[in-house]
Design a protein around this ligand. Structure first.
Ligand code: NAD
Length: 293
């Protein structure tokens, strides 16, 4: 049976380390990192995410500001708010919770955020920085996935990796992060031929497709490490629902060397990395070194 990579425990350890680092930035430099989260509309899942982001930020010593706006909010109002926050030295991270209502151009809004405060790492400048090896902001879910891989394997140099799914928020940045770690990376997607064989060639498999249990055990190379980014709610025969990943956990755990569960794998790392990015941004804005953990 595969070793279970416990994302919940790893995220808790990361938050504990950050709490110490943030306390020491405050003690030594009188800096308190600030995170502003903007939520437009009443999407229930987004409300849950925003609440836990705010709660965990406060627990780590980060000031958290929430802007809850009506779903009729105009794009102009939102852009003005972002401009104000870009110019507010107390705010180091700005996150606009997606999805936005249809009358708002999400790309325009994300591009209005100061790249140095773009803690989601979605701004085109940060996307470019990641692919050229610059010092930008890295998207939270791929960053959390990489941290778990490095914690488990140490150096990833020379390993073969397959990323399944080529989205801008997970697949593509994950590809670039693994490349930066000197893995030999293949990007598989919905048009990939013989995808099972492509996946079976990899020491590391990262699945981010949004298709419940797509990656089966017999797609996995024996001993490979599997990071399951997927979060899918499926309906069971008895009418209840259940969260599953993009990997068929039952069969994959019999073949893999290590695997992340769903829930409790990548999910908890995403918020922890948002706080990590906010702390890093606060240090960069104030020209101070990130204290050792
Ligand atoms: P997306 O829909 O933007 O992209 C999915 C990608 O998968 C596309 O590139 C598509 O080509 C590929 N794909 C679709 N069907 C495929 C198939 N049959 N075979 C191979 N490739 C296929 O999705 P996303 O935003 O990257 O999210 C992917 C999954 O990760 C979802 O389940 C989402 O809920 C989850 N997610 C989790 C977190 C987290 O915090 N853990 C964060 C973001 C996304």
């Amino acid at each position: 049976m595969a070793h279970l990579i416990d994302g919940k425990q790893f995220a808790a350890k990361l938050r504990e380390k950050m709490t110490g680092q943030i306390a020491s930035i405050k003690a030594d430099h009188n800096i308190v990192p600030g995170l502003a989260v903007v939520l437009v509309g009443e999407d229930p899942a987004s409300q849950v995410y925003v609440r836990s982001k705010g709660k965990q930020a406060k627990e780590c010593g980060i000031t958290s500001i929430e802007h809850k706006l009506e779903d009729t909010t105009s794009q102009e109002f939102l852009l003005n708010l972002i401009n104000e926050m870009n110019n507010d030295p107390a705010i180091n991270g700005i996150l606009v919770q997606l999805p936005l209502p249809k009358h708002i151009d999400s790309a325009k809004v994300l591009e209005a955020i100061d790249p140095a405060k773009d803690v989601d790492g979605f701004h085109p400048i940060n996307v470019g920085m990641l692919s050229t090896g610059g010092k930008g902001m890295v998207p939270c879910t791929p960053l959390g996935s990489l941290m778990m891989l490095q914690d488990y394997h140490g150096d990833l140099t020379g390993m073969t990796a397959v990323v399944v799914g080529r989205s801008n928020i997970v697949g593509k940045p994950m590809f670039n992060l693994l490349l930066q770690q000197s893995c030999t990376v293949t990007m598989a997607h919905s048009r990939t031929k013989n995808i099972e064989d492509v996946v079976r060639a990899a020491d590391i498999v990262v699945a981010a497709v949004g298709v419940p249990e797509l990656v089966k055990g017999d797609w996995i190379k024996p001993g490979a490490t599997v990071i399951d980014v997927g979060i899918n709610r499926i309906q069971l025969e008895d009418g209840k629902t259940k969260l599953v990943g993009d990997v068929h956990f039952e069969s994959a755990q019999k073949v893999a060397g290590a695997i992340t569960p769903v829930p409790g794998g990548v999910g908890p790392m995403t918020i922890a990395c948002l706080l990590y990015n906010t702390m890093v941004a606060a240090c960069r804005h104030n020209n101070v070194e990130l204290p050792a953990a």
